[in-house]
Design a protein around this ligand. Structure first.
Ligand code: TYD
Length: 134
């Protein structure tokens, strides 16, 4: 699987718009966990790591930020700035989140419970593992 932007339904309404995602219609996995990142001070970066097994879907519910993904060879930057689409991050992609706007809110859903052992926090280790797997 490769990273991809998934467009979400947008129910436009004069009372305020509404978007959603469901498994399996928009989201290709069942959600085991939901978390969010907020109150990020200017210039901070989050999440320089990869996951061995878990995949995630990231939505900028408010404001904007960049998700930079590295597949072991090249880096790709995804700018998220609308709440009606999100980024699917498959397992074994090094990911960094940066360039958070003031008051931005990142919603992240994962197909796995939190497991510190699923993190790869060393980039060289990540690259080596990626080479072995591919
Ligand atoms: P972490 O994923 O390491 O954040 P980042 O990579 O952006 O620095 O999470 C930071 C801390 O929060 C870490 O000590 C573990 C804890 N945490 C949970 O307890 N549950 C969760 O679902 C997540 C994502 C983190």
């Amino acid at each position: 699987m490769t990273p991809k932007i998934i467009n979400l339904p947008k129910i436009v309404d004069p009372r305020g718009n509404l978007s959603f995602f469901e498994n399996p219609r928009q989201l290709p996995f069942e959600i085991a966990r939901t978390y969010w990142i907020y109150d990020v001070p200017g210039g901070e970066k989050r999440g320089s790591h990869a996951f061995r097994e878990q995949q995630e879907f990231i939505v900028a519910l408010s404001g904007s930020f960049d998700v930079v993904l590295h597949d072991g060879e090249t880096e790709e930057k995804f700018s998220l700035n609308r709440s009606y689409y999100g980024l699917l991050v498959p397992k074994m992609y090094w990911r960094r989140m940066e360039n958070f706007s003031t008051n931005s809110l990142a919603l992240i859903v994962s197909d796995k419970l939190y497991d510190a052992g699923d993190y790869i926090r060393d980039f060289e280790e990540f690259k080596n593992l990626k080479n072995v797997l591919s």
